[in-house]
Design a protein around this ligand. Structure first.
Ligand code: PMP
Ligand code: GLN
Length: 414
């Protein structure tokens, strides 16, 4: 049987007509098109201000851009080592040492990847076997669910509950300890912890992380920590804490991050995974065949950003604190229920006062009639009812963009 006849046979077996998706492998069918591509497409079509997909409408520091040209001129143009160029892995290890007091062997404990997205894929593909279980908090960043499926593993979900409507605006999303305990089984291989958390803006507390750590140790489970928003935190009482630094976790944690959010270069797709040599071997087993290595001159520029970027991070956090506060106050004046995030550059709001059937209907109306695009958060939920009343706005924009968005949103009637 040729490939095409096999495909047609499968399509008929499913009772479907051959359409644009009929070449898609079964394991990807549940996921459709990622909500970020979908909403940015709709925003562009409608000429809407795009507060959906999270990317800044400004560039990162000039010295980092200049470093790319310098790296190209200096001849850094051939394949990098699969683990990453030593200039970058050394810079990452230096920052890790400064932030945590822990030292790393850059050659055996750091892997440079195509953004955190590839670090996630390489981690699940390289460390999980079919039948393993992976615990995800929901709402979750959409690629986790797809990566777990690619690895043939099974997700188990633990809910992060929105604060009650009468709670103060900065009340955090929380999870139930017993629900978390109940999600661990003898098949659990990994738990994914994303802090600061997209889309809720939650920063996990030390107490929460200690509970997660104790369960990981008790059940011999590894932790995959997505810390791409590690520096975007706004509340001095809720600093970013790395699970890898908690007792018993250093050798059972992979910490993933990237350059995109911290330095406002989301399009560069430079990320990394940090972990013990044994866990790194798992990540690299997959990474070598996914991409082998990522853009050499961009890795050199990323090293410059990490080594010389402290002032730019400070300025960025102060800018995002201002756009966060502006957005939170303005949305609350317009009648939204607002949950003020302690970290990330996203804010979740309750749109129910406006009377729409669900988040998808609300975001469609917002994009096409009001001219502002936002994310319908049910894309991040397995249990869709938990997210239908919510909408996610990005505030990683110039203040003028935020003001223009609010001017448009004021046409909404509650
Ligand atoms: N994890 C989270 C929580 C994210 O929000 C994103 C989005 N950008 C990523 C991972 C992917 O990061 P990158 O763009 O570096 O691939
Ligand atoms: N992390 C970004 C967000 O949550 C989107 C990244 C992407 O488009 N893949 O909006």
């Amino acid at each position: 049987m040729t490939h095409t006849t096999r495909r047609i046979a499968r399509v008929y077996a499913r009772g479907m007509t051959a359409d644009a998706s009929s070449h898609v492998a079964d394991r990807f069918r549940p996921f459709g098109t990622t909500i970020f591509a979908e909403m940015t497409r709709l925003a562009n079509e409608a000429g809407a201000i795009n507060l959906s997909q999270g990317f800044p409408d400004f560039d990162g520091p000039a010295f980092v851009k200049e470093a790319v040209g310098e790296a190209i001129a200096a001849g850094h143009n051939q394949y990098a080592p699969t683990g990453g160029v030593p200039a970058l892995t050394t810079a990452i290890a230096g920052r890790w040492q400064r932030d945590t007091g822990l030292s790393l062997d850059p050659a055996r404990q750091i892997t440079v990847t195509a953004g955190c997205t590839e670090a996630l894929a390489a981690t699940f593909l390289g460390t999980c076997n079919p039948g393993d279980e992976v615990i995800l908090f929901e709402p979750y960043y959409d690629s986790y669910r797809a990566c777990v499926a690619m690895a043939g593993a099974t997700p188990r979900f633990v809910g992060l509950r929105a604060p009650p409507t009468d709670a103060p605006p900065n009340a955090p999303y929380t999870f139930d300890e017993n629900e978390l305990r109940g999600a661990f089984s003898d098949r659990t291989r990994a738990i994914l912890v994303n802090t600061p958390h997209n889309p809720t803006g939650k920063v996990f507390t030390r107490q929460e992380l200690e509970l997660i750590a104790s369960l990981c140790v008790q059940h011999n489970v590894i932790a995959v920590c997505d810390e791409v928003y590690e520096y975007l935190v706004f509340d001095p009482d809720l600093p970013h804490i790395r699970l890898a630094t908690i007792d018993g976790m250093a050798d059972r944690t992979l910490t993933l991050s990237s350059l995109g959010k911290t330095f406002s270069f989301t399009g560069w797709k430079i990320g990394w995974a940090i972990g013990s040599p044994e866990l790194t071997a798992g990540v690299r087993a997959a990474h070598q065949f996914l991409t082998y290595a990522v853009a050499t001159p961009l890795q050199h520029a990323a090293a410059a950003a990490i080594e010389r970027g402290d002032d730019s991070i400070r300025d960025l956090v102060s800018h995002y604190r201002a756009t966060r506060d502006y957005l939170a106050d303005a949305l609350s004046d317009l009648g939204f229920g607002v949950s003020v995030p302690a970290g990330t550059y996203f804010l979740m709001a309750d749109h129910s006062p406006f009377g729409f059937a669900d988040d998808v209907a609300f975001c469609k109306h917002l994009t096409s009639e009001i001219g502002v695009a936002a994310i319908p958060p049910t894309a991040f939920y397995e249990h869709k009812d938990l997210g239908r009343h919510l909408v996610r706005f990005a505030f990683c924009k110039k203040m003028a963009t935020m003001e223009q968005a609010i001017e448009r949103l004021s046409r909404l009637k509650s």
